[in-house]
Design a protein. Structure first.
Lengths: 401, 427
């Protein structure tokens, strides 16, 4: 069987989550109904809310169940923006680092084009990290104009962890709400909503062994968010629509399992990660390890399960193809709908050339990754690299026969 | 063999892949992403490379039990096909982007990558045949489905490219049979409409698309004597042989329709005239390639061939010579036995012997067969004053008087055109 090393894209569902899903899907009952079946469903949802809140260091009442990470991010960014503009029409600036996920990028571009927002992009460094001082400078310069600051807890492509608590402290001083996209960090790093000091935080169940199609938006009890979708007023009026009881039960089961083993599992993944990075550097010295190497204890670090390298001269889709033939399922970064590898906007923001930005290889480890998987990958990498190098940069170097 | 099946999402490439699987090859399906900003759904029968197409291709691949990938060639496609298409129109020429795509993308970029990644051949759903001759060399032939034959757009392939090309539909007598086979195999694309026109111009409006890519450059519409008949917004809106789209207020003296005879982008002139003036007796080009083994010209004698100048055009009998020139390398000269209409610089002349494709040349200049062309001014005709008697006298026997003036590419912009002093070919 192929070795799955694309856990940042999605994870295999945990057995306890699958069992919870099946059990709940067999039960009738809308949690909004008042009869006993409805109450049973409501009990499952509210128990799930407690589990998910525990895994995020939030109060259960602050957890809004949504249809997934992208939806949470959209609700948070647009909702916080609209709420700010409704209070003060001149607060139309949104501050965000470069290299954010497409859910954020596209939301911001839409707000700019259709809703009168102005986005101020904060440059990131070679590791894809944003500096709190740069955010502070923008908030000082645009004092009274900023509606919301949004940033990732960790980059989904290169795994660099952002100094979110520092940014949040600066924004709090300036009276600006902060949304944090914690989708890729969830299940990898301990997340404490209170300690981060942010207004809203987005996560998704399928990154931690839960099902696709359910996520959570944590909204601080003091923060108001304007809804995207209107209807029955479920989930604090922020996410109307019949509540996904089975999905939430499975999400909660995955969250509980993940939370219980997080510290040990993160340590195990870190060891594998460092072994893989060292192994790649040894067998393919041309590989450029991107992002925070995760060795400086004073820096916020790198996701325990993330390894990302640039293989100069290799087309990303050649690498993925060749690894697939060898039985390893990895990725170039984030995939688009048509499955086309595009130059990575994250690598571009980090200062890589457009050509190198097509040459990324992301290997993301998960709860089912073993040490022997890593060793076998290191064994095949030199051959894969040589063949991909031979295939060249098809998109860039016109050749003639 | 390890075969890479290029799968567009259409019925032809799906059936071609199926046949390659059935023949026992180890097949992997690859969809070429050719657009940076793919549309989500096809608009009618036009266009390709949408996400809908890539999903159709994936469903076909999975139902054949083969692996499937999407490879991005959008940058190469833009450089080698789209930009080339724009530059050719801007230079007053008439390109064929499908031919260019086969030459530069499917059987170059894709094939090179496939070979580097361990494949032996690229398989497509083109209607054409690859035949191995007695010496073991590959030849390209017309498809059994004559009406669907696509050998014209494959005429640019070289011997080495042909060596790694696989066209499993070549022996099938009709597309209906391919659709029936797709249905029998349970392929969901069995009844998908054919795609027409140019894939990157999704609404089929080539002139409108060109207007977005080439700045307007107003100029004059003139007749062959130089008299101004009207005005236009840009020479890129005109192709030799075109009849519509000319805003000329008054009819021709003889009351007959006027046709575009020549496009001169530098002086921004479009020359129009009667249909008879479209006829050419000879066409020539120095950018040519042999599709397999080069032919042997016995004692320099012209060779009997047929020539086709458009993807869906007729083939006409002609004589072929290869001319060595002092400068600029050899040139192919095709003299048609009967005058040929609507031949524009930039088009490919694909050369056949029977069903076999010998090779092709990009047409750089043509010689008019028009008997009434005496009033032609030669002011602009710097390139192709084919006055060399040896060439002119050898022109088609059915044309008693061969015009000394050629309808030519505008040499100042057409990179491959020949300076005047080189026009006297040394045979």
């Amino acid at each position: 069987m192929a070795i799955y090393l694309d856990n940042a894209a999605t994870t295999r569902m945990r057995p306890e989550a699958l069992a919870a899903f099946v059990a709940q899907a067999q039960a009738a009952g809308n949690p909004s109904s008042t009869h006993s079946a409805g109450q049973d469903a409501r009990f499952a949802v509210e128990s799930g809310r407690v589990e998910v809140a525990l895994s995020l260091g939030a109060d259960p009442a602050e957890v809004i169940f949504t249809g997934g990470g992208t939806e949470s991010i959209n609700i948070a960014i647009k909702g916080l923006y609209w709420a700010a503009v409704a209070r003060d029409r001149t607060r139309n600036v949104i501050v965000a680092p470069e290299g954010e996920h497409h859910a954020t990028l596209e939301s911001l571009e839409w707000l700019e084009q259709a809703q009168g927002a102005e986005v101020v992009w904060v440059p990131v460094d070679r590791d894809a990290r944003v500096s709190p001082e740069a955010v502070a400078a923008i908030l000082a310069e645009r004092a009274g104009e900023v509606a919301v600051v949004t940033l990732m807890l960790a980059n989904n492509e290169v795994g660099t962890v952002q100094p979110v608590a520092e940014v949040a402290a600066i924004a709090r001083e300036a009276g600006v709400p902060v949304h944090v996209d914690a989708v890729s960090a969830y299940g990898q790093l301990p997340i404490d909503f209170r300690r981060l000091g942010v207004s809203a935080l987005s996560v998704s169940a399928h990154k931690i062994g839960g099902p696709v199609g359910v996520g959570a938006l944590v909204v601080h009890r003091s923060v108001s968010i304007s809804p995207l979708v209107h209807g029955g007023g479920q989930e604090r009026r922020i996410h109307s629509g019949t509540v996904n009881t089975a999905g939430i039960a499975a999400f909660a089961a995955a969250a509980a399992a993940m939370h219980a083993e997080l510290e040990a599992e993160a340590g195990r993944l870190r060891t594998l990660r460092d072994e893989l990075i060292a192994g790649i550097s040894a067998v393919v010295p041309q590989a450029i390890v991107t992002g925070d190497r995760g060795v400086d204890p004073s820096a916020p670090g790198r996701l325990p399960g993330n390894v990302h390298v640039v293989l100069p001269g290799c087309e990303g889709d050649s690498i993925v193809f060749l690894l697939d033939r060898e039985g390893f399922l990895a990725s170039n970064g984030s995939a688009c709908t048509a499955g086309v590898a595009q130059p990575s906007h994250v690598l571009r923001a980090m200062g890589f050339s457009e050509q190198d930005s097509r040459s990324g290889l992301r290997i993301t480890l998960g709860h089912d990754t073993s040490a022997s998987d890593i060793h076998r990958l290191i064994d095949v990498l030199p051959g894969v690299y040589a063949a991909a190098l031979d295939a060249g940069m098809a998109a860039r170097e016109p050749q003639t026969f | 063999m390890r075969v890479l099946a290029a799968m567009s999402g259409g019925v032809d490439s799906a059936v071609a892949a199926a046949r390659a699987v059935e023949a026992g090859h180890e097949v992997v399906g690859v969809h070429l992403a050719l657009s940076r900003m793919p549309g989500t759904v096809r608009a009618g029968a036009r266009g390709c490379c949408t996400i809908e197409d890539s999903m159709d291709a994936m469903r076909a691949a999975k139902s054949l039990g083969i692996d499937y990938y999407v490879w991005d060639f959008s940058e190469r496609f833009k450089l080698d096909v789209v930009d080339d298409f724009v530059a050719e129109y801007a230079a007053g020429r008439t390109p064929n982007p499908c031919l260019r795509c086969n030459e530069r993308i499917k059987f170059a970029a894709l094939l090179e990558k496939a070979l580097a990644l361990g494949f032996d051949a690229v398989c497509t759903g083109h209607y054409a045949k690859v035949v191995t001759d007695s010496a073991g060399n590959k030849q390209l032939h017309r498809a059994a489905a004559w009406a669907k034959d696509q050998s014209y757009v494959l005429g640019v392939l070289t011997a080495e490219q042909l060596e790694h090309a696989m066209f499993p539909l070549g022996d099938t007598p009709s597309k209906d049979l391919v659709r029936a086979e797709a249905e029998r195999r349970g392929l969901s694309v069995a009844h998908k409409p054919d795609s027409y026109d140019i894939c990157f111009i999704s609404d089929g409006d080539t002139q409108g698309w060109l207007a977005d890519h080439i700045p307007a450059a107003p100029g004059k519409i003139i007749d062959r004597s130089g008299e101004v008949l009207g005005h236009h917004d840009g020479t890129h809106n005109f192709t030799v042989g075109q009849r519509k789209g000319m805003a000329i207020g008054h009819p021709a003296p003889d009351g007959k329709p006027r046709y575009v005879l020549e496009v001169r982008p530098v002086s921004r002139e479009v020359v129009v005239g009667p249909k008879a003036a479209l006829a050419v007796s000879e066409l020539a080009g120095s950018r040519f390639s042999w599709c397999g083994q080069p032919p042997v010209f016995e004692g320099g004698e012209p060779m009997d061939i047929t020539v086709q100048v458009r993807a869906h055009g007729e083939q006409v009998p002609a004589r072929l010579t290869q001319v060595e020139r002092k400068l600029g390398g050899p040139e192919l000269i095709v003299r048609v036995n009967e005058p040929l209409d609507g031949v524009a610089p930039g088009q490919s002349a694909v050369i056949y012997q029977g069903t076999r494709v010998l090779g092709q040349a990009t047409i750089e200049r043509t010689v008019s067969a028009d008997l009434t062309s005496a009033d032609l001014t030669s002011a602009d005709l710097t390139s192709a004053d084919l006055t060399s008697s040896d060439t002119a006298s050898a022109a088609a026997a059915s044309v008693s008087t061969v015009s000394t003036a050629a309808i030519s590419a505008d040499t100042a912009t057409a990179a491959a055109a020949i300076p005047a002093e080189m026009a006297t070919a040394s045979l």
